[in-house]
Write a protein that binds this ligand. Sequence first.
Ligand code: ISL
Ligand code: CA
Length: 538
Amino acid sequence: MEWWKDAIIYQIYPRSFQDSNGDGIGDIPGIISRLDHLQELGVGAVWLSPVYPSPNDDNGYDISDYKDINPEYGTLEDMDRLILEAKRRGIRILMDLVINHTSTAHQWFEKSRRRIAPYTDYYHWAPAGPDGTLPNNWTGFFAEDCWQWDDVRGEYYLHLFARSQADLNYHCPQVLEEVKEILRFWLDRGVAGFRCDVINLLWKDSLADGEKRLALTGLEHYLSLEGTHDILRQLRQVLDGYRAFTVGETVFVTPETARDLCGPDRGELNMVFSFQHMECDQYFVKWLKRDFRPKRFFEALIKWQRELPWNAIYLENHDQPRSIPRFASEGYWRESGKLLATLLLTLRGTPFIYQGQEIGMVDFDFDGADQLDDVESRNVDRLLSACHVPEGLRWRIIRRTSRDNARTPFQWDDGPNAGFTTAARPWLGVNRNFHFVNLADQEADPDSIWSWYKDLAALRREREVLRRGDFLWLECTHRVFVYRRRLGRESVTVALNFSDRPAWVGRRGTLLRSNYYRDGFDGRLRPWEAVILEDHGN
Ligand code: ISL
Ligand code: CA
């Protein structure tokens, strides 16, 4: 049963969801206490960003033990309780599987750096280059070198991400066996599957120099290689025993390369998170002007809708700025939140809602760099400052790109710290707009973004055409996107106006939904209006 074709999946960033014990850090008991919220929203599964023990250099994406829970978040018993309590509400739990790298605090790394068998080759170790330089010319994802010298071993190790995230070496066969064990460990506890972090980078074919590029030199030595496909097929054999689900986070994929990773005949992943539609907003550093191009965004979506039979649909996650200021307009905050919800929940594929998206949370309102936590932002800040970029400019760049934008605590109500924690200070600042943007207010308001999400989730459950129907685009201009979903004789049209001005579209039909009050639809869309129409005569 492909349950994931009918479900909406909700991403939780555990550190920022709900604190239960007043230490300012979200935790698993906190998540359990909020399961009713997720059930009300109508989600079928929850993906938890990492909850494993971790030094938190990259907030849990640096794992030091794959078979335990970070004491900050709770215990294995709490996790078991979460799985059970979620199941009682018809919600599955997905874990984040981060197997491209481990934390350097993992005991595998401790043993590997001491050359203790069988761990000696668990990581990519290399001596200095001939003239005492780094082993190769690769560059990493986080604005730092991707080689780090280790005194204990007397060699460098590879880290494509932060210095404390050492890349695992899949040329060493034990590594994959360890990963299979990890899968079984969690699947036996009742987890329904995994979101697989940067999963198309696992296999490095060699450590030879890469072709020089502006960013990520060395990419051709590890991007979506056959070795990775082979690993995924081996993991699939374990997963199949549990009928488990996987979504891969896959960087720099095209529909063609994505199909190789998640095509139904491939026996690898069930779907992937691709990035092309997310790259349709460019910031011109020179003018620092946001330049989101709706047409390119629609075209990217259309391309992926057409070329893959099924895929993951998302507009937000813990690495990206919030979607309302990014793709729509804070000036039309409510309309924009609903418009983006309409897009997310009516495209073909499995929609992923990121925590806070359902109440229209927006980017952080920090006052300065000292309030940042994200390792990437801090590295970028250091790099720009080394290049003598003035502070004001640095700050503007970081504000627009920082991953902390999406990581501020969930805004539950308008009490202290938005109901996230009873601590005086949460681990990351709460957005001061929580007085206007919070769940409690929106629950009381049938016209809120939250109510709209619930309503559309229900509509999607009722109308199979919205889940399983074909996708056909009808209009795609620099601000208007119109498409049709069709299943047998059922047909529904969605029309979206991504602009502050009214727009005309050449479609009619019975109005099912609009994010404005109106009786019928005459073809004229108001600013940031989204309508869903029932088509006739098909
Ligand atoms: O977030 C990014 C840029 O701002 C991406 O390049 C991101 O680093 C990439 O998508 C990989 O992300 C995943 O792996 C990282 C982790 O920091 C991210 O949070 C995770 O989603 C390393 O594990
Ligand atoms: Ca806590």
